[in-house]
Design a protein around this ligand. Structure first.
Ligand SMILES: Nc1ncnc2c1ncn2[C@@H]1O[C@H](COP(=O)(O)OP(=O)(O)O)[C@@H](O)[C@H]1O
Ligand SMILES: [Mg+2]
Length: 595
C-alpha cells in the first residue's frame, strides 16, 4: 500500500469512539422514527425483567411467608402476560432494527462506491482488489449491522440494568450499594485492553484484505498460474497469509478473552458478599424474606448482561473501527479536484497546449521531464518513441486520469483543471492500450460511449471498427456476451470493440493508444482507413508502434525517456540525418523488408 492510501487511512485509527458513534447517528437520521421505535420497544421489553423480579417480593411475603391464598395466581399470571408482551415487543424491535441496519448499510455502500469512483487512477494503481472489497463492502456490513445490533443490546441491557438496580435499591439500599460497587469494579479491565486491541485489529484487516487479493489474483491470473506451475507457490503464499491471520486473531483472543472470566470472578465475589450480608439482614429482621428473594432474582438478572459485556466488547470495538475506516475514506481528499468556478468545455476551438509538463508516479522518479508542444484543432499528432518512454503517461494527462506534477495542459488557452471533469472527459474519446470490457454484450460495451445511441450510430461504429464480419458470424450477433473483462474474445476483437466504443462517442478529441496493435497487418490497414474517415475533423493523438499507421499524421512527436526528442512532419523528420525518428523508421523499414 502506498503513501497516499496510507494517508487515506491515517485519520482512521485515530478516530474516537464518540466521533464514530456520531458518524453512525448521521446515517441513522433518515430512519430515525423507526430506530427510535425499535429502541423504545427494546427499553420496555427489557425493563420487564425488573418488574418480574419486583413482583417476587410480594409473592414471597404473601404466599410463602403469610400463606395468603388469593395471591397464588397473581405472579404466574404476571409472568405469562409479561412474557407475551415482552416477546411481541422484542420481535418488533428486532424487525425494525434489521430494517434500519440494511438501509444504513446500503446507504453507506452506495456513498462509498460513489467516493471510490472519484479517486484518481493512482489510488487504484496502488491498492489491491482485496482492499477495495474489504473496505468498501465488508467494513460496511461490520459497521452498520454490528454497531446497531450492539447498540440495541447496549440500550436494552442498560435499561434492564437500571430497572434492576431500582429493584435492588427498593429492597435494600445497603445491599444494592455492595452489588453496584462490585459490578462497577468489574468494568475496570475493559478500559485496560482497549488500546492494545486496536493495533492487532488494524493488522487483521490488512491481512484479511490480502487474503481476498490472493483469491482474486488466482481467478484473474488462472492461466498464468497453470502455465508456470504456480499452484504450489500460490498455495504457499495463501498459507503464509493464513498463518498471519491466525496469529493476529489469536493475539486478539488472548488479549480479550480474559475479560469475561475476570469480570465473572469479580461479580461472583460481589454476589457472594451480597448474599452473606443479605442473610444477615434477614436474620436481624432488617428486611423481609420477600425483599431478599426479589433482591437475589434481580441480582442474578443483572449479573447476566454484565457478565457478557466482555465478549460483546470485542465485536463492538471492531464495528466502531470499521466505522472509523469508512469515515477515513469518505473524508479523504481525492487529489483530482474540480475548481469551484470550473467552466464547461464545449468542443475544441483552437488548440491543445502542453507547457513544460512534468510528471512522476512516485516522488523522485520523473517519468515526464518537461514536455512542451501544441496541437491545433483538426490536427493529427502521432507520438512515437521507445517503450517505457512516457507516451501513454503523456496522453493520460489530457482526460486527467492523472494530474501533471508541474507545468500545465491547456485547451483553448484554459488550463484543463479549470474545466469541469465531466465536460473535459465528454470531449475526449480514448482507446486505451489494454482497454477494458465490461461484463455484458458487445452492444452494451459499445453503447457505453454514447448511452442514447441509435441503431444507426451503432452500425456506423461497428463499420469503422471493422466488426461487421465478426458480429455476423456470431449466432447472437451484437448481443453476444463477452464474458467478464471480455475473456471470451481475442485480443484483436476486444480492441475493435474498444475502437467502436470510442467512435460512437463522436468526441472532438481522440486518443488512440496503440489502438490497433493487436490486429494483423491487413485488418490494421482496414481499421486505419475507416478511422481516417472519422478522424478528418477531429484532433487526434495517435500512439503507434508500427510507423506505417501514422504516415497520415500532420505532426510526429518522438518521446524518449520522458522528453520530447523531436517534433515535425514525417518529411521534416526524415530530412534530419541523425534523427531519432529517421533511425526508428529505417529500422522498421528494414524489418518489414526482411526476406
Ligand atoms: N501506474 C504506474 N505507476 C508507476 N509507474 C508507472 C505506471 N505506469 C507507467 N509507469 C512507468 O512510467 C514509465 C512510462 O510508462 P508509459 O507511459 O506507459 O510508457 P510508454 O507508453 O511510452 O511505453 C515507465 O517507466 C513505466 O514503468
Ligand atoms: Mg504505452
Amino acid at each position: 500500500m502506498n503513501l497516499r492510501n496510507l494517508e487515506i487511512l491515517e485519520n482512521v485509527t485515530h478516530s474516537r469512539t464518540i466521533v464514530c458513534l456520531g458518524q453512525m447517528l448521521r446515517y441513522i437520521r433518515p430512519y430515525k422514527s423507526r430506530a427510535i421505535l425499535a429502541i423504545i420497544f427494546c427499553c420496555i421489553s427489557s425493563s420487564m425483567d425488573a418488574l418480574i423480579a419486583w413482583s417476587l417480593k410480594a409473592y414471597t411475603d404473601f404466599v410463602i411467608v403469610d400463606k395468603v391464598i388469593y395471591a397464588v395466581w397473581i405472579v404466574p399470571l404476571v409472568i405469562v402476560t409479561f412474557a407475551v408482551v415482552q416477546g411481541t415487543l422484542s420481535y418488533f424491535a428486532t424487525y425494525l432494527n434489521a430494517w434500519v441496519s440494511w438501509k444504513i448499510s446500503n446507504d453507506m455502500k452506495s456513498k462509498l462506491y460513489e467516493k471510490l469512483l472519484t479517486f484518481p487512477a493512482s489510488y487504484f494503481d496502488n491498492c489491491n482488489s482485496g482492499d477495495v472489497i474489504f473496505r468498501f463492502n465488508r467494513d460496511v456490513d461490520a459497521a452498520s449491522n454490528g454497531v446497531l445490533a450492539k447498540l440495541k443490546t447496549a440500550v436494552s441491557r442498560t435499561t434492564s440494568s437500571m430497572a434492576l438496580i431500582c429493584v435492588l435499591m427498593c429492597n435494600s439500599w445497603k445491599l444494592a450499594i455492595i452489588a453496584i460497587i462490585t459490578f462497577g469494579a468489574s468494568f475496570i479491565p475493559i478500559s485496560k485492553i482497549r488500546k492494545k486491541m486496536q493495533d492487532a485489529m488494524d493488522k487483521t484487516v490488512a491481512a484479511d484484505s490480502k487474503l481476498l487479493s490472493i483469491y482474486h489474483e488466482s481467478y484473474v491470473g488462472n492461466k498464468t498460474v497453470a502455465a508456470y506451475n504456480l499452484a504450489k507457490y500460490q498455495a504457499e503464499k495463501l498459507r503464509n497469509v493464513l498463518t498471519n491471520v491466525f496469529r493476529l486473531n489469536m493475539k486478539i483472543t488472548q488479549k480479550s478473552s480474559w475479560l469475561s472470566p475476570t469480570m465473572h470472578v469479580i461479580v461472583a465475589i460481589g454476589a457472594g458478599i451480597s448474599i452473606a450480608y443479605g442473610s444477615h439482614l434477614i436474620v436481624t429482621h432488617q428486611i423481609t424474606s420477600g425483599n431478599f428473594v426479589s433482591f437475589i432474582v434481580a441480582l442474578v438478572a443483572l449479573y447476566n448482561p454484565i457478565k457478557n459485556i466482555g465478549s460483546s466488547f470485542k465485536e463492538f470495538r471492531s464495528s466502531l473501527m470499521a466505522i472509523g475506516r469508512i469515515r477515513g475514506i469518505l473524508s479523504a481528499n481525492s487529489t483530482l479536484k474540480e475548481r469551484g468556478n470550473a467552466q464547461v468545455l464545449d468542443g475544441l476551438r483552437s488548440d491543445i497546449t502542453f507547457d513544460d509538463v512534468r510528471f512522476e508516479y512516485k516522488t523522485g522518479f520523473p517519468v515526464l521531464k518537461g514536455v512542451s508542444m501544441s496541437v491545433k484543432k483538426g490536427e493529427t499528432i502521432a507520438i512515437v518513441g521507445s517503450s517505457g518512454g512516457g507516451k501513454t503517461t503523456l496522453v493520460n494527462l489530457l482526460p486527467r486520469l492523472y494530474d501533471a506534477t508541474s507545468g500545465s495542459i491547456s485547451i483553448d488557452g484554459v488550463n484543463i483543471k479549470n474545466y469541469t471533469l465531466t465536460s473535459l472527459r465528454a470531449n475526449i474519446a480514448v482507446v486505451f492500450q489494454d482497454d477494458f470490457l465490461f461484463t455484458g454484450t458487445i452492444r452494451d460495451n459499445i453503447v457505453v460511449g454514447k448511452h442514447n445511441a441509435t441503431d444507426d450510430d451503432i452500425l456506423k461504429a461497428v463499420k469503422i471498427a471493422n466488426l461487421e464480419e465478426f458480429i455476423s458470424s456470431l449466432s447472437d450477433g451484437i448481443d453476444t456476451e463477452v464474458g467478464e473483462r471480455g475473456v471470451l474474445l481475442s485480443g484483436g476483437q476486444k480492441q475493435r470493440i474498444s475502437i467502436a466504443r470510442a467512435a460512437i462517442k463522436d468526441a472532438p478529441i481522440i486518443i488512440l493508444d496503440e489502438a490497433t496493435s493487436a490486429l494483423d497487418n491487413q485488418l490494421e490497414s482496414a481499421v486505419q482507413n475507416a478511422l481516417d474517415n472519422v478522424m478528418t475533423d477531429k484532433t487526434v493523438f495517435i500512439i503507434a508502434h508500427r510507423l506505417s499507421t501514422i504516415l497520415c499524421a500532420d505532426k510526429i512527436a518522438v518521446i524518449n525517456d520522458g522528453m520530447l526528442a523531436e517534433l515535425g512532419s514525417h518529411d521534416e523528420l526524415m530530412r534530419a540525418r541523425d534523427g531519432k525518428y529517421r533511425a526508428l523508421y529505417d529500422m522498421q523499414f528494414k524489418e518489414d523488408n526482411w526476406p
